[in-house]
Design a protein around this ligand. Structure first.
Ligand code: FUB
Length: 490
């Protein structure tokens, strides 16, 4: 039976910063494009995947939609296409908004927001121009980063921004950006009450480039002592209009979580809502930062309704950095009072049901991967080894499985005892314990020996019938890698 896992795109694809939108019966994922084992963010040109809203198991792409070199402002220093969004204009065409950035984020705050246009959501886009003032000059109010757009019953609203801790402090970013971009002195910067940090909003004319309103801060950048203090806006602005309310989705300063805020207005009075998801399950059931269930780093995404069900789209980290991020999705519920409860990461997000207990599963669809002290690893390649999704010779596998590592899959629908064939290799020498959940009691144990090549071993596991997790826990010496496992009848 065909199923869909997390990550739901082909396993060699790395599309973070996802903005999911439904257009004419298809769900599209507009996002950045990381490289497999990349050395910095967004090394690849935009490529947009989509699926029929009636079949979320099968995502396909029509190839490259836009390259950085199509933008006349692309330079050696700023040659990476960062987090985009797409909106259908009032003329029925599709408009792609993005900002260019440089190596490891350098220069990402200094350029304009640019736009490109296409007749179809995932066709080949043509450069249109930069977001500009009525006199044609570059629009520069706030930090022109992570654009998000909405066609709000004919009004095109553009959201964007970034925030560094905090405007109250003279952070290096505040100084650097304001002085470099605006040519301001420190005295001038300090005297501007709201500064340039925080999420901003403007409206655009039907040419989709000319700004037609004053730029406004949609949330105060002065968060101390407010409801925002624990989860202040950092980046990843995204906007949805749901049942007459505006939902602003963003990545908080914690970096690993998507939060939301709600207002009756598009540009003011937003109240903090909560966390929707964290890519380390931090906050879920009270989980603490230090107990994160994955290496955490950036996350950026949004929510979308597909065939009556709401989902949150977010990204996870792989390859021991956050330069190779993969899109995942989970169902969410918007309660009658408009609130959204935090959901956990799973391996079966878009599947609509737990996974069946027969068949071959790639190891990398794990939703939890931890040695008990996983790092927060934003904008760097970690020098320390820790368990991670990795790749080589065209295969994706879990690497650096050392003593104490837990690898978790949630959820399966078990019919009872299963045989599990496990394909592994490496210098790991010890035992793999199988459990139904993180830190739960052993259901079975299998010997793991040193193997240069992929090797199969089989273990019988007495699962209880019903919905359950499947976890592997390695205890031993050395370091093993896991390629796949197969659930079989006894
Ligand atoms: O993908 C590059 C940057 O990482 C995005 O612009 C941010 O939102 C963060 O996800």
């Amino acid at each position: 039976m065909a199923q869909v896992f997390n990550p739901y795109l082909p396993l060699h694809e790395y599309i973070p910063d996802g903005e999911p939108h439904v257009f004419d019966g298809r769900i599209y994922l507009f996002g950045s494009h990381d490289a497999e084992n990349g050395d910095t963010f967004c090394m690849n040109p935009y490529e947009f995947y989509s699926a029929s809203i009636d079949d979320l198991r099968s995502w396909t792409s029509r190839g490259i939609s836009y390259k950085a070199e199509q933008d006349p402002m692309c330079s050696e220093k700023r040659k990476y296409l960062y987090a985009p969004d797409v909106v259908r204009g009032n003329d029925g065409r599709y408009y792609l908004y993005y900002a260019l950035s440089g190596y490891r984020g350098k220069g990402g705050y200094f350029g304009p927001i640019a736009a490109a246009v296409c007749d179809t959501p995932d066709g080949e886009y043509t450069y249109l121009g930069i977001v500009r003032n009525a006199d044609g000059s570059m629009f520069r109010e706030g930090i022109l980063f992570d654009p998000a757009v909405i066609n709000d019953e004919g009004t095109i609203r553009l959201y964007y921004g970034s925030q560094y801790p905090f405007p109250e402090k003279e952070s290096f970013v505040t100084r650097m950006v304001q002085s470099k971009l605006y040519g301001k002195t420190m005295e001038e910067i300090k005297s501007a009450p709201d500064g340039i940090m925080g999420p901003m909003c403007v409206t655009l004319a039907d040419d989709m480039l000319t700004v037609t309103s004053r730029a406004v801060h949609i949330i105060t950048p002065h968060v101390k002592g407010t409801e925002w203090e624990e989860h202040p806006f950092f980046e990843g602005a995204s906007i949805r209009r749901i049942n007459g309310l505006y939902y602003f989705i963003y990545s908080s300063l914690k970096n690993h979580e998507l939060c939301y805020a709600v207002s009756h207005y598009p540009d003011r009075d937003f109240t903090y809502g909560g966390t929707i998801i964290s890519n380390g399950d931090v906050g879920y059931n009270g989980r603490k930062e230090e107990d994160r269930l994955n290496a955490t780093g950036t996350t950026h995404g949004s929510i979308e309704c597909i065939n009556g069900q709401w989902y949150v789209f977010y990204h996870r980290l792989t390859h021991g950095s956050d330069y190779s991020r993969q899109s995942c999705a989970e169902p969410i519920t918007i309660a009658e009072d408009g609130s959204i409860a935090q959901v956990e990461m799973t391996s079966c997000g878009l599947n609509g049901a737990p996974l069946v207990d027969t068949g071959v599963y790639p190891a990398v669809i794990c939703c939890n991967l931890t040695n008990g002290h996983m790092p927060h690893s934003s904008n760097k390649k970690s020098k320390k080894k820790y368990p991670c999704v990795s790749s080589g010779s065209g295969q994706q596998f879990i690497a650096n499985i050392e003593n104490g590592t837990w690898i978790g899959y949630k959820y399966f629908s078990f019919t009872g005892t299963r045989k599990i064939r496990i394909r592994y290799r490496g210098t790991g020498d010890g035992f793999l314990t199988v459990t139904a959940g993180y830190q739960e009691k052993a259901l079975a144990r299998v010997r793991i020996g040193i193997r240069n090549n992929w090797t199969d071993t089989t273990v019988e596991v007495p699962f209880q019938a019903g919905k359950s997790g499947l976890f592997f826990h390695f205890e031993g010496t050395g370091s093993m890698e896991l390629l796949e496992f197969e659930l079989q009848n006894r």
